[in-house]
Design a protein around this ligand. Structure first.
Ligand code: PA5
Length: 447
């Protein structure tokens, strides 16, 4: 099963080795999932709670984009550095956009930044050493801090934020100007602070839980501060949204992916999913997808309140790096996983031709004059083939090139696939009671 569309990602699900009968067995579930997704898209409140509005994100109005871009322009003109503080859904998407679309050594390379500020991430842990180290390298007064928290009560980012506010004060910085908050529109502790101190602010939209917010102001603001083309990102998401509106599961990429991994998980005992991009720039996509899948589908109860303890286990890997670490197990270990590879077809001007300096060494001379990307694709293909030969299901998604348009497609594809899979599993993909539970206990321990 291969799906190709004009100006879009390419999907090759052939190595998942699924047959028509496999899909026939779940045809009622597929029908029901489609119906539910349609209702979710229409903003209808389903039995499991509030509406899920992430499908509206590709269609955000121009005014909102202009506001973000003009904020970013101001940051470019007035600050050397931006520090984005957040955790979970208020961090992973932002890091993914930065890693995928900015120069791999963005902070170190002035030319690549082209006048945009350096970008650092913090608040995604409680490691005092790392925060101290960050404070060692930034100039506090010429840094813009973006604090992102829907609730404003999450201990990790708020602890770092407290330290930073104190440092700005001690350095006689400008607290009012140096802070931008992204939080709930009207409620929560951070919104209270925005109202009190008059900080710039953006909104974590209602009906869009943290892990679904990468294409909302949460992800777009930090991306815009690095000069990333956020309009293209949304155009990519829109393109994918259009492709995902086909009721025919075999013509809808996200629906087909979701149905396939569902079959593999429920009927073929593949309860681990390895997500393996073949590019360092896309490594964070794996981490982001891990959260999306784990928090959305890892659920104790289904929509009928039945205990199901559902959800595949996602594992991130990086090609080719992890072929020298995990591939042995993928090919010969327990046959309990499916693998999703992500490749880039054309590295454009960033490709390298390997010079012929090893011509005297027969065993390695063949790499001379080859494009490095050709060797990278051969590595991915050989991994796919060895896995298929060993009866290990795998599939690939290919980006024609790495840019904001195709990344927008990729991220939105995974969001839609997760939404479809949640409906197939009959779980609420939009809550996270497990995370809330730990947050509550941690506060009790500390109080
Ligand atoms: O996906 C989620 O809902 C979580 O990962 C949250 O984004 C994370 O816990 C941070 O929450 P908050 O934005 O309220 O600080």
């Amino acid at each position: 099963m291969k799906l190709e569309f004009k100006d879009a990602l390419k999907f090759d699900f052939s190595n998942l080795s699924l047959k028509q009968q496999d899909f026939d067995l779940i045809k009622d579930k597929i029908k029901n999932a489609w119906k539910n997704i349609k209702e979710i898209r229409q903003g209808k409140i389903l039995a499991h709670g509030e509406p899920a509005l992430f499908m509206g994100l590709p269609y955000q109005d121009k005014e909102k984009i202009n506001k973000i871009n003009s904020w970013a322009k101001d940051v470019k003109e007035n600050y050397d550095t931006v520090v984005s503080l957040g955790i979970g859904g208020s961090y992973l998407g932002n890091k993914t956009l930065q890693d995928a679309l900015a120069h791999p050594y963005y902070n170190e390379c002035k030319e690549a930044r082209a006048g945009w500020p350096k970008i650092y991430f913090a608040g995604d842990n409680l490691d005092p050493y790392r925060l101290n180290a960050l404070l060692d390298i930034i100039d506090i007064k010429s840094t813009k801090f973006i604090i992102i928290s829907k609730s404003g009560g999450t201990v990790e980012p708020m602890s770092s934020f407290a330290v930073i506010l104190d440092r700005i004060k001690k350095a006689n910085g400008n607290i009012k100007k140096q802070i931008t908050a992204i939080t709930d529109e009207s409620k929560g502790l951070l919104r209270e602070m925005v109202n009190k101190y008059g900080w710039d602010s953006f909104i974590v939209p209602d009906g869009i839980g943290g892990r679904w917010t990468v294409l909302s102001e949460v992800g777009l603001v930090t991306a815009a501060a690095a000069g990333i083309n956020i309009e293209e990102l949304l155009l990519g998401a829109k393109k994918m949204d259009e492709l995902c509106q086909n009721e025919n599961v075999f013509k809808n990429p996200a629906f087909l992916y979701a149905a396939s991994v569902y079959i593999l998980y429920k009927n073929k005992n593949k309860n681990i999913t390895v997500i393996m991009p073949y590019s360092n720039s896309l490594k964070s996509v794996g981490d982001w997808y891990v959260q999306l899948l784990a928090e959305s589908l890892g659920k104790k109860i289904d929509k009928n309140n039945k205990v199901v303890n559902e959800g595949r286990t996602p594992i991130p890997a990086l090609g080719t790096t992890d072929m020298h670490a995990q591939t042995q197990q993928h090919i010969e270990g327990a046959n309990i996983r499916s693998l999703t590879f992500i490749g880039i077809e054309d590295f454009k001007e960033n490709d390298i031709i390997i010079p012929e300096v090893f011509n005297d060494y027969k065993g390695i001379a063949f790499i001379g004059k080859m494009k490095m990307s050709k060797i990278l694709s051969a590595a991915m293909l050989s991994n796919e083939m060895s896995l298929a030969e060993a009866g290990r299901p795998n599939c690939n998604i290919k980006l024609p090139e790495l840019n904001a348009f195709y990344l927008g497609q990729l991220l939105y594809f995974f969001e839609m696939a997760t939404a479809f899979e949640g409906e197939l599993l009959n779980v609420n993909s939009y809550d996270q009671p497990g995370v809330e539970a730990y947050k509550k206990i941690m506060k009790k321990i500390l109080l």
